[in-house]
Design a protein around this ligand. Sequence first.
Ligand code: NDP
Length: 295
Amino acid sequence: MRIGFLGLGAIGAPMAAHLAKQHKLTVWNRTAARATEFAATHGAHAARTPREAAAGAEVVLTCLPTSREVAQLLDGPDGLEAGLGRGSLLIDCTSGDPGTSREIAQRLAPRGVAFVDAPVSGGVSGAEAGTLTVMVGGDEEAFSRARPVLSAFGKRIERLGPVGAGHAMKAVNNALLAVNLLAVGEALAALVKAGVSARTAVEVLNASSGRSFVSEALVPERVLTGRWPQTFRLALLDKDVGIARGFLRDIGVEGPLLELAGELLGQARAELGETADHVEAIRLIERRAGVEIRG
Ligand code: NDP
């Protein structure tokens, strides 16, 4: 298939690398050097504009920070919309917001372009391994066209409902990650301050009912070791919690835990900056508690 891919960021690049193995791939990235380097490494073509990346492609994928950038990319004579042909399919793998995606789908429908939101979970390592979970929103027909393309990097590929449903699922998932990250950080900081060995506390937690992905994977790999690799920016997790808060408000469900997590993450983002990794939120908890969770 002829496929276009826009957004070669931390997770977009390894996803696109899988597509390049199976399809004729054209890539575009805002910082052009990244696209040129990717194309040279993976045997793809680097487009100069979003329009060129979409021209002649049956399927186009986007993986940008938020839905706002996706909508902006559609605009203008060199924009994505100008390049998308009748009968093509746009798959948005951004962790975006349901409302903007519905607007995008409505905007493209009269041009005969189908749209699905298809955010992913599993992190950079999951993208590299080709084992991502993909949460799709869109009609059955568009989903059946998207599925074989998504299987290049996805293991569990699930349709959740109409356009926007994938984004809602993803935002709620990441909101749970955020709540858990903060809660585990607070709990361990308290235990360590009380004199419990950090490693023992984590091992006991992971053999008990309070365990989670954060305590089983992120804390041993990053917090206990004091290594803070940059894989998923705190700013992006903050954005996801904001989407989840909006989603709950829209459907009339109270979410006080989520509201608080959003406030705390916002503070962490302001203090640590736009490039900090999400797990570094625990660093802030450590700093405030006056302890380090290492072992
Ligand atoms: P990065 O910040 O690493 O990359 C962002 C990408 O978007 C880059 O290619 C960047 O281009 C491009 N970009 C940023 N702003 C614009 C703009 N205004 N116009 C055009 N392109 C732009 O993000 P990730 O790859 O980590 O994340 C991408 C999406 O995937 C996000 O929605 C995120 O929430 C989601 N996600 C990320 C995961 C992860 O582990 N990293 C896990 C699951 C989902 P440039 O190179 O020029 O900066």
